[in-house]
Design a protein around this ligand. Structure first.
Ligand code: AMP
Ligand code: MN
Ligand code: MN
Length: 340
């Protein structure tokens, strides 16, 4: 595990202090931490008078640019522009929660045209692709790194800043359940709540709001979950798939089915849980993987072209489900078993 050095902090703070104009980006198919950490810093910089524009790329030309419905409550969404309107060469480009350049999708080219780029992230697998890198893989969320930036910059955490940061914190800690939840995480949460944000409404929007179509799809895809007890050197694998036709039948977008993995991974018969999610249009499979800790899914997913963390990681496959499953089984078969 590595935290940023003092030199990394100084360089990042100097770049943000001097910037009068910044372009902010997060990873394709953004989650609560990607959007929350980006909009949190964006709102704070805007309040201090910096010109801010934010966006995220798409994984393919077929994919529409849309904020996932679960995050439509976020303040500061007006900072977002569609990818085609994102400037070619913002003086300072800042990326959030994005472990590698390819995860910026259609906006990855901005790394080449922007004169300076700052990578703000917490992925163990981060490739340090910025001219400046602030990567803390001990942080529970990128939002924690952003809070550190705001404090060092002396910028106030208002409710408009706190709501997105809390969203990042609460999503990446699974509501303060995961191992990365430290006393400092709770202290940060307390500071954010003290601004008066409605954490109950945030949690309801993220986890407790879905369409009836989603409830029905969840039943279908969970019912066809399969178990291979011999996979991962005998630790076991459970998997299911959400195909484009399933999404279509229930009127859902890919971003609506992020929560399926959280149900599948509760099966105690397997160490590893996987959901194959098929992109409408391209047919590519977004593979969400989780372990209970004995397998480092970040390392497994890096070997398959993706990235992530020990307990949660992912990659994209351009093969069909059967071939993708064979490749995954092979990678799991050689993965070391870690102590608890
Ligand atoms: P998800 O299953 O989409 O919730 O993602 C779990 C974790 O894996 C997150 O930390 C993601 O950043 C990471 N991840 C997911 N897909 C990819 C990918 N294609 N490449 C790199 N990292 C990924
Ligand atoms: Mn993320
Ligand atoms: Mn994150």
């Amino acid at each position: 595990m590595t935290a940023p050095s003092e030199r990394d902090w100084v360089a990042a703070l100097a770049a943000l202090d001097e910037a009068t104009e910044v372009g902010l980006l997060c990873h394709v198919g953004p989650d609560g931490d990607a959007l929350g950490s980006m909009l949190g810093l964006g709102a704070a910089l805007r309040a201090r008078g910096t010109k801010v524009v934010a966006s995220f790329g798409t994984a393919s030309p077929e994919e529409p640019f849309a904020v996932p419905a679960a995050y439509s409550f976020l303040p500061a969404l007006d900072l977002l522009v569609p990818p085609e309107q994102f400037p070619a060469d913002p003086k300072l480009l800042v990326t959030f929660d994005t472990g590698s350049a390819d995860r910026l999708g259609s906006l990855a080219d901005r790394l080449e045209t922007a004169p300076q780029s700052l990578v703000v992230d917490h992925h163990t697998t981060n490739t340090r692709y910025g001219t400046l890198n602030l990567v803390d893989d001990t942080a529970a969320a990128t939002a924690v790194v952003v809070a550190g930036l705001l404090d060092r910059l002396g910028l106030e955490i208002t409710a408009e800043v706190a709501a997105p940061l809390y969203t990042g914190l609460v999503t990446d800690t699974g509501s303060f359940k995961y191992a990365a939840t430290t006393p400092a995480v709770h202290e940060l949460a307390a500071r954010l709540l003290a601004t008066g944000i409605r954490h109950d409404l945030i949690s309801r929007a993220i986890w407790d709001t879905a369409s009836l179509g989603y409830v029905r799809l969840l039943g279908e895809v969970c019912a066809r979950t399969e178990l291979d007890p011999a996979a991962a050197g005998g630790l076991g694998l459970v998997w299911t798939s959400v195909l484009a036709e399933d999404l279509d039948r229930h009127g859902l977008a890919l971003s609506d089915v992020e929560g399926v993995i959280d149900v599948v991974r509760t099966a105690q018969e397997a160490e590893v849980a996987v959901v194959f999610k098929q992109e409408p249009g391209t047919g590519a499979l977004r593979v969400s993987t989780r372990s209970k800790g004995a397998i480092d899914m970040g390392a497994v997913c890096v070997s398959l072209g993706g990235g992530g963390h020990r307990f949660a990681a992912g990659y994209t496959s351009y093969e069909d489900v059967a071939t993708t499953l064979d490749q995954l089984r092979a990678a799991l078969g050689t993965a070391p078993h870690l102590p608890a």
